[in-house]
Write a protein that binds this ligand. Structure first.
Ligand SMILES: [Zn+2]
Length: 353
């Protein structure tokens, strides 16, 4: 499938094939929310945050290139529900090193190492090590290098290598190819394959946070992660990230973490203001998506999840929210496109069928 796609591209590039010759399958892209939970708490089986972007053509069900953005709790299970094996993911991109976005990676890479030991290394793309002004260093590189230290120290890695010598002795991390970049305010290309290009910008949440954009001939998708505004608290123009807004210019789809305004300090949720302020609100995301000219806004990593009476330790003022409350927040702020309030496995296809 892959060779067919890239074969067409290569042939077109050297001018031996008329563009879109008869019978050439049309390019397509799917965006699948692999987890819609916001934050580290567990609620009603929702998986931790993650988005799968798959690109290909009609002949391979948009499945020639598979990019996983963040890998929260249960990512492997959600991928199994859309028939994607751990070995079929070409690259994993991390927005930041918080466990809700990263803890499913251990599962994903261990599975690849055990069951598909001869599969190619998976690219892991994330920010360079970065020193936080608070005195610590955030290191995606070390996170990946040490992903299976518990299994190495328990003796499991040696035991499994003993029963299948094809498994790399270094353990699951040996199947990861870490590619870090210095996150900057201006979009820069951080990964390409054929006609798929991924760009990144620096965004504010914790040190090293990055947001991504995927461009393909079938359309473009921005994955904002937990980005918020560079100004940590009001007064500020919006809770959204100015860099993400530039990245999202004319994007087809924006997938973004959202917090509902009812959790704000002007109500009595009990959520500490810095935790509220470091997320983008559903209403500000609606306004940003409209300014950027996006067609679809996927609100995910919902704080609080629809139906939940609590967000972790904090109450939801006025009682549990509904999906309609999130959609209304985005639409009332001016978004005229399609707002999708994500559940696990919510999917969008470009072009729509
Ligand atoms: Zn998060």
């Amino acid at each position: 499938m892959k060779s067919r796609l890239f074969g067409c591209v290569a042939a077109a590039a050297i001018g031996t094939l008329a563009p879109l010759a008869e019978g050439h399958a049309a390019p397509c892209l799917t965006v699948t929310v692999t987890g819609a939970q916001g934050g580290p708490q567990a609620y009603q089986g929702l998986a931790g945050p993650g988005t799968l972007v798959s690109y290909g053509d009609d002949a391979n069900n948009c499945g020639a290139v598979r990019l996983q953005f963040d890998a929260g709790r249960g990512t492997l299970l959600r991928l199994s529900q859309v028939n994607v094996q751990s070995s079929q993911v070409n690259a994993v991109f991390f927005t930041h090193m918080h466990n809700d976005h990263s803890e499913g990676f251990a599962d994903l890479i261990q599975r690849r190492w055990m069951i598909f030991p001869t599969s190619p290394k998976v690219d892991v793309v994330c920010s360079d090590d970065v020193a936080s002004p608070l005195g610590h260093t955030i290191s995606c590189r070390k996170f990946v290098a040490h992903i299976a230290d518990a299994a190495i120290n328990s003796g499991e890695v040696a035991q499994r290598v003993a029963e299948d010598k094809r498994r790399p002795e270094g353990g699951p991390a040996a199947l990861a190819n870490v590619r870090t970049f210095e996150a900057r305010n201006e979009p820069q290309a951080v990964w390409t394959s054929g006609d798929v290009k991924v760009s990144a910008v620096r965004s504010t949440h914790i040190a090293g946070h990055a947001s991504y954009r995927v461009d393909t001939p079938a359309g473009s998708v921005v994955v904002g992660g937990d980005a918020g505004n560079d100004a940590f608290a009001p007064p500020r123009p919006a809770s959204t990230s100015a860099q993400v807004e530039i990245l999202a210019k004319d994007a087809d789809v924006i997938v973004h973490s959202a917090i509902h305004p009812v959790m704000g300090p002007d109500r009595d949720s009990g959520m500490p203001p810095p935790i509220f302020y470091r997320q983008s609100s559903a209403s500000d995301l609606g306004a940003m998506a409209q300014r950027a000219g996006a067609k679809h806004l996927v609100l995910t990593h919902l704080i609080p999840p629809p139906g939940a009476p609590q967000q972790g330790l904090w109450k939801v003022p006025g009682g549990a929210l509904t999906e309609a409350d999130y959609r209304k927040a985005a639409e009332d702020a001016g978004f005229k496109g399609q707002t999708l309030v994500a559940k696990d496995l919510a999917t969008l296809r470009l072009p729509a069928k």
